[in-house]
Ligand binder design. Sequence first.
Ligand SMILES: Cc1ncc(C[n+]2csc(CCOP(=O)(O)OP(=O)(O)O)c2C)c(N)n1
Ligand code: SF4
Ligand SMILES: [Mg+2]
Length: 344
Amino acid sequence: MSATRLKYFQTGSFAAGNRLVEPDQRAVQSDPQRANAITCGHRACQGCGEALGARYALDAALRATDGDLIATNATGCLEVFSTPYPESSWQVPWIHSLFGNAAAVATGVAAALKAKGNTHTRVVGQGGDGGTVDIGFACLSGMFERGDDVLYICYDNEAYMNTGVQRSAATPPAAYTTTTQAVGDQPGAAWGQGKDAALIALAHEIPYVATATIADLRDLERKVHTAMEIRGARYIHVLVTCPLGWGAASADSIKLARLAMETGIFPVWEGEHGDVVSVTKIRHRTPVEEYLKLQTRFRHLFAPVRRDDVIARIQARADRNIARFGLLEALDEDQLDEAVEVDV
Ligand SMILES: Cc1ncc(C[n+]2csc(CCOP(=O)(O)OP(=O)(O)O)c2C)c(N)n1
Ligand code: SF4
Ligand SMILES: [Mg+2]
C-alpha cells in the first residue's frame, strides 16, 4: 500500500486536515462508511493513546481483510476498558487471553483455522508493553521463530498502566513510576535496564517489523495494511501516550507522541527479514527537554533542583537513535560522531 506524506501546511499546529488533500488520499476516518473496530462506550481515560492506536490499527486490519479477522488481547488497559463485563466495545471476534499469552493464543487460533482448512480468516494479537515485552515475551518469541501466521501489535505506553503505573522493561530511564520512585542520586527508572522489543523482533528475521506512533495515524494504518498483505509472523510496536501514567494533559497526547518521534527518543522505522528498510525522517532535532517537561513522570528533572546531567543523558540516547537510524539528514558528520560516541 502506498502513502503520500502530508506536508504541514499549518506550521506549529501539527494539523494537516483531510480537506487539504485529494479524496483518495484522505484518512478513512473522514469516510462515514469507515470500519469501526471499537465503538463508543469504552472506559478509556480522556486522551488515551492506546484507545486511539488500537482503533486505528484494528480498523486498518479490518479493511485489509474485508472484516475477516479475529483478535486476541492480553490483559491490560485495552482489554479492561473495552470489555467491562458483560459489555464489549469490540466489533470484531475478540478473545481475552491471560496477561502473558496473547501471542500463544493468537498462534492457537491461527492453527485452529488452518486445521479447519480456513485460509481466509486472519489473526491479530494485541498487548500492552508489560504483556508483550515482559511476561509475554517467550510466547511472542516462539511465535516469531515458528513463523506463525499472526500480526502481533504492542501498544507501548511504557509502564503497567492498568494496575497503577508500575515499571516495565519498556519504561524509559529516569521516568517516575510507582515502582521507580524519584528519589536518590539517580531518580526514577534505572539506567542500563530495559529492552528494545522491536529490534529484538527484527533479530528474529521475520518478514515484517515496524514501529509507529499515534502522532502519524496514516503511517500506522499503512503499516498494518502492509503487514496484513504478508503471511507469517509480523510485529508492529506502537508508542501510545497515557495521560494518567505519564502525568500529561489529555490534550497533549498527539503532541507528545510527535515529540517522542521528533526528538529521536522513539525512532519510527520498518524492517523486513532482519534489515531496517525505511525510517521516518525528522525535520529538525527537537531538544528532549520539550518532550520531558510536559510530563510529571519527569518533573524531578526540573525541580526542586534542575538535573542537567540526567537531561543530557536522555538527549544522548535520542541523539544515538538519530545517528543509528539516520533519522535526521541535516546532521553533519561531527554531530553524528559526537552522538554515537556518547556512552549511554
Ligand atoms: C500473571 C499475571 N500477573 C499480573 C497480572 C496483573 N496485571 C493485569 S494487567 C497488568 C499490567 C498491564 O500492563 P501493560 O501490558 O503494559 O498494559 P497497559 O495496562 O499499560 O496498557 C498486570 C500487572 C495478571 N493479570 N496476570
Ligand atoms: S491509564 Fe493510560 S492506557 Fe489506561 S485507559 Fe487511562 S490513558 Fe489509557
Ligand atoms: Mg503498558
